[in-house]
Design a protein around this ligand. Structure first.
Ligand SMILES: [Fe+2]
Ligand SMILES: [Fe+2]
Length: 310
């Protein structure tokens, strides 16, 4: 082939330079921890024991638990398209190895959280691959919006995501405490251990990159956080406050029942308290970097009980 022809051949992605030198030792440390603390949902949880122990629960309770853990499974899976996009972006942008490694670990970890969750749902009578309510079918696809994501720089976008990791970590801690069955408790504990690393990654990003953001980017970051929280996460994902009335009371009742029977769930009213408290902490964390997080009126304003709102 003639040299001039070769020049026209665009390699996509251009793999060079393939960066091998570590830039962020603190992120690399998270990667080595991820290797040391890897777990296996198949081997580390005794599924037969869980099925045995929960077999005699009332049918209504089993159904509420299966619905709850199906939802948890969809949420965990919801993190994987986000992770896949970030991995592809990190590769195309020639980010350092440890960034690509962390994102790849993140995807694997969210996948095992997904696996543990759908297997709990199965043990409780059946994982639901799709939500039964129409409204819910619309919520989960809005969980990740790549167009929104691309409006921010790679690291700013990742930092926003980790603010959510912090929020979901707080909710997960309450669900871990609620879990009365040993194997559900163990699954929650293993998931939490991974999430702690995701939160840690966010803290590193904040420390390393927040100062370099412009005021405009910071403003955008806070707004993006609030928009995602209000637009999808309060619609039945983190809490049920923004669901339409009928669906809100139905799913609130199911959650309350799953929590009452210690299936590793949170009561809908408790969820709101946890989110409000976590927001106080998140605002404190981003304060030194002057990132404004807008008020979230539906949970920080006047509230009614989700169960009473029938
Ligand atoms: Fe997760
Ligand atoms: Fe996570």
């Amino acid at each position: 082939m003639e040299a001039s022809m070769l020049e026209e051949t665009v390699q996509n992605p251009n793999p060079y330079p393939v960066v091998g030198e570590l830039h962020y030792p603190d992120i690399w440390q998270l990667c080595t921890q991820a290797r040391d603390l890897a777990w296996d949902a198949d081997k580390d949880i005794d599924w037969a024991e869980l099925a045995r122990e929960t077999a005699d629960l009332p049918a209504e309770v089993r159904a509420a638990g299966a619905e709850w853990w199906s939802l948890r499974a969809w949420m965990e899976h919801g993190a994987t398209p986000y992770g896949a996009e970030r991995l592809s972006q990190a590769i195309y942008e020639h980010q350092p190895f440890e960034i690509k490694q962390h994102v790849a670990n993140f995807i694997m970890e969210e996948l095992r959280h997904h696996e543990a969750s759908f297997r709990i749902a199965d043990a409780l009578g059946g994982y639901q691959p799709s939500p039964s309510s129409d409204y819910f079918k619309l919520v989960i696809p809005r969980f990740h919006n790549e167009q929104e994501e691309r409006r921010m720089s790679f690291y700013a976008g990742m930092a926003v995501n980790t603010l959510f990791e912090q929020l979901s970590g707080e909710l997960l801690t309450a669900r871990y405490k609620n879990a009365g069955y040993k194997q559900i408790r163990k699954a929650c504990e293993l998931i939490l251990r991974d999430e702690a690393r995701h939160v840690q990654f966010g803290r590193i990003l904040m420390r390393r990159f927040f100062e370099s953001l412009s005021d405009e980017e910071k403003e955008q970051l806070g707004q993006k956080f609030a928009k995602k929280l209000r637009g999808s996460l309060l619609n039945g994902v983190y809490a049920v406050v923004n669901l339409p009335k009928d669906e809100r009371s139905r799913s609130a009742r199911a959650r309350a029942l799953a929590a009452e029977y210690k299936l590793g769930a949170t009561h809908p009213d408790e969820e709101v308290d946890i989110i409000v408290e976590a927001l106080v902490q998140i605002r404190k964390d981003v304060e030194p970097y002057n990132v404004p997080i807008p008020q979230i009126p539906e949970i920080e304003g006047e509230r009614v009980s989700t169960l009473a709102a029938e």
